[in-house]
Write a protein that binds this ligand. Structure first.
Ligand SMILES: Cc1cc2nc3c(=O)[nH]c(=O)nc-3n(C[C@H](O)[C@H](O)[C@H](O)COP(=O)(O)OP(=O)(O)OC[C@H]3O[C@@H](n4cnc5c(N)ncnc54)[C@H](O)[C@@H]3O)c2cc1C
Length: 288
């Protein structure tokens, strides 16, 4: 499917590293304290919290925002929910400088995104703006599947992944066989769709900490950014009243993330279903 940019900026694309540099570069020097790994947080009463760090340090705060991703150390302050394995595992690989070093793979992936799908497995690949190809080999597999692969032995790991694509076309298998660098295993986890909590003074969550979902709808980073922006606006709109700001933020964030999590889960199931790639073909056809 080819969808031309309509110029409205409605579906912008940017490489993750460039976005991170852009955002980080806009902050005053010293705003980020690198290497400050949070080990836990506990309520002190009156909406204040003490946050402890792996280096033995700690600090107290009257507004704690857990933006610490899937395995958030702050989430337990609000909710007992834990991410659950979705039944899908990814192995992530890169092919560097593809036009020069991997011209066949560059051609296969093309200028945008490639989905090569079968029942319970597939390759999801895209070209990054630096000319590298980024590929996920996806497999419906037991949670322990990745534990049985020795990722320190790259060639053996490639062979183990490709066993599941034995009868696939050579140019698709090459996306893994010819990969550069290490293979990265990723189990895909998600929080329950519609995850929410009762208001707890002085603390909230955003992004994956609040609503980890499978990546198939490609919305997780978008939601995290929007959460952050809306939380900032809510705090600015309620000067001196953190509780009103957090309540206003959560009131919008909960339904928004539920609205994305449900189709994201369905999308994952659809992509890899028994008659794959028919589900995706139908979806593209519906887009016209
Ligand atoms: C394979 C895969 C592909 C994806 N593809 C897409 C896509 O195409 N589009 C999209 O929108 N989303 C995608 N996502 C989802 C996206 O990556 C996440 O939704 C997004 O990164 C969430 O941002 P976040 O800031 O909430 O969490 P994170 O990006 O996880 O950031 C959390 C931060 O907290 C830090 N941290 C964690 N624990 C601690 C601690 N104890 N102490 C201190 N710091 C800590 C981490 O180092 C990290 O910097 C994908 C996810 C996966 C797994």
């Amino acid at each position: 499917m080819e969808a031309a940019d309509d110029g409205t900026g409605g579906r912008p694309e940017i490489d993750r590293g460039r976005l991170r540099d852009l955002l980080h570069g806009s902050l005053p020097e010293g705003t980020v304290r690198w290497g400050a790994k949070v080990t836990g947080a506990r309520p002190l009463g009156d909406g204040r919290h003490e946050v402890t760090l792996a280096d033995g340090g700690s600090f107290t705060t009257d507004l704690l925002v857990g933006a610490d991703g899937a395995w958030s150390r702050n989430r337990p302050l609000l909710s007992a929910a834990q991410p659950a394995y979705t039944g899908v595992s990814f192995v992530e690989v890169d092919l560097f400088d593809a036009d020069v070093r991997h011209p066949v793979s560059a051609e296969v992936v093309g200028g945008g995104m490639l989905f090569a799908l079968g029942a319970g497995r597939g390759f999801l690949a895209h070209r990054e703006s630096d000319g590298n190809l980024h590929v996920y080999a996806a497999l419906e597999a037991a949670e322990e599947w990745l534990d049985g692969i020795d990722f320190s032995d790259t060639e053996a790991a490639k062979a183990a992944v490709l066993t599941h694509f034995a009868d696939w076309e050579k140019s698709l298998r090459a996306l893994v066989a010819d990969a550069d660098g290490d293979l990265v295993p990723r189990r895909i986890h998600a929080l329950p769709t519609g995850h929410r909590w009762d208001r707890v003074p002085g603390v909230t969550l955003l992004g994956d900490a609040a609503h980890l979902m499978s990546p198939f709808a490609g919305e997780g980073a978008n939601l995290a950014l929007l959460d952050g922006a809306e939380l900032g606006l809510a705090i600015a709109a309620h000067p001196g009243d953190v509780e009103a700001a957090l309540a206003a933020y959560e009131e919008r964030m909960f339904p928004r993330s539920e609205w994305s999590a449900a189709p994201s889960a369905l999308s994952g199931a659809m992509l890899l279903r028994a008659d794959a790639p028919q589900g995706l073909v139908d979806q593209f056809a519906a887009h016209g």
